[in-house]
Design a protein around this ligand. Structure first.
Ligand code: DP6
Length: 335
């Protein structure tokens, strides 16, 4: 049995968002969601079985108690299935700034799921890996696959999994790409886990959000099948604004936007008015991700890098569709 394995998973950005769980323990979401896996950010994680106690490092520093606890609870799920009580060492390196609404938990837990399953000798197919990754962080279910991905919300552990959506390839008819406008790479004030729980429990808008997101996912899948990036983009921007409207309705309210976030929204609207098709989406942080065609990516990124708000810290990262999760035996990088 291989007792060490390494996995590489890429970040994904939702176009139809996951915001709210119907079952917290099993991480069953309130709605389905749709995302684009990006080539720009990834996590590389090695799990080595056989240690005194679970231990881990993140980007070369020891994991905090909270981080290690979450990793250890996730490993318990893998151990339970593998019939093992052996502890493990986890080392993870990420190119995603942690906790800034840039999907660090998605790539992190997808890579951990791939490496841990292999290191403990579980033979899981991609769908089962996505169900397992979901238990670490909901959005990680989608990072098991490259390109466009749908996460079927489902009603229980067996029916809540992600799968690829054909049509998301670079250079295809849709040719989706993203300019990621990094405004603040620091830790966010409220974690998405806490914020989404508060939204479910206290926002009177939540039922409307659930209903409209289910519909958005269906309409987006139609847009993808038709190769219609403009329809997909318009739905994505609206869906993101609805998610933030829903959390603004929570008590206490959750607001991730800053003045710089609003400036980028204005800039995206202005670019569209000038005839450059692009659409904004925002996650649990101030940063804005801008969807556009691969052919327009450099022009969009250059325009956004200029900015209109005099923000010296602004950085724009260009991204195209990223690959599936990759897993290899041993400690080498599974490139
Ligand atoms: C705004 O997957 O980080 O990025 O399941 O509690 O770990 P947990 O939440 P997480 O939430 C992601 C929220 C989002 C939208 C999305 O990615 O769909």
């Amino acid at each position: 049995m291989t007792n060490s394995a390494t996995a590489v998973a890429h970040a994904n950005i939702a176009l139809a968002k996951y915001w709210g769980k119907r079952d917290e323990t099993l991480a069953i979401p309130a709605t389905s969601s749709l995302s684009l896996t990006l080539d720009a950010f990834h996590a590389t994680t090695t799990v080595t079985v056989g240690a005194e106690a679970d231990a881990g490092t993140l980007d070369g520093r020891p994991m905090s108690e909270g981080e290690l606890g979450r990793v250890s609870r996730f490993l318990d799920l893998v151990r339970e299935r593998a019939g093992s009580t052996a502890r493990a060492t986890v080392t993870s390196e990420s190119t995603v700034p942690t906790g800034a609404g840039l999907a660090s938990s998605a790539s992190g837990f997808a890579a951990l799921a791939g490496a841990a399953a292999a290191a403990y000798g579980l033979d899981l197919d991609p769908r089962d890996l996505s169900r397992l990754a979901r238990r670490g962080s909901g959005s990680a279910a989608r990072s098991v696959f490259g390109g466009l991905v749908v996460w079927h919300g489902g009603t229980d552990d067996a029916t809540s999994y992600a799968e690829p959506v054909p049509g998301g390839e670079a250079g295809g008819p849709l040719d989706p790409a993203m300019a990621v406008v990094v405004l603040d790479a620091g830790q966010k004030s409220v974690s998405s886990r806490v914020a989404m729980r508060r939204t479910v429990e206290t926002s009177p808008f939540f039922p409307g959000w659930v209903e409209s997101t289910e519909q958005d996912v269906r309409l987006m899948l139609d847009a993808v099948a038709a190769g219609d990036l403009a329809a997909l983009g318009a739905l994505a921007e609206s869906n993101a604004l609805r998610m933030h409207a829903t959390m603004l309705g929570a008590r206490p309210p959750v607001r991730y936007w800053t003045a710089h976030t609003v400036a980028v929204l204005d800039e995206v609207q202005a670019l569209r008015a000038e005839g450059l098709p692009c659409w904004a989406t925002i996650d649990a942080g101030p940063n804005v991700k801008v969807l556009c065609s691969g052919a327009d990516l450099d022009v969009v990124a250059t325009a956004l890098a200029r900015g209109t708000d005099g923000d010296e810290a602004r950085r724009v990262v260009t991204a195209r569709p990223g690959p599936d999760l990759r897993v290899a035996a041993g400690a080498g990088v599974a490139a």
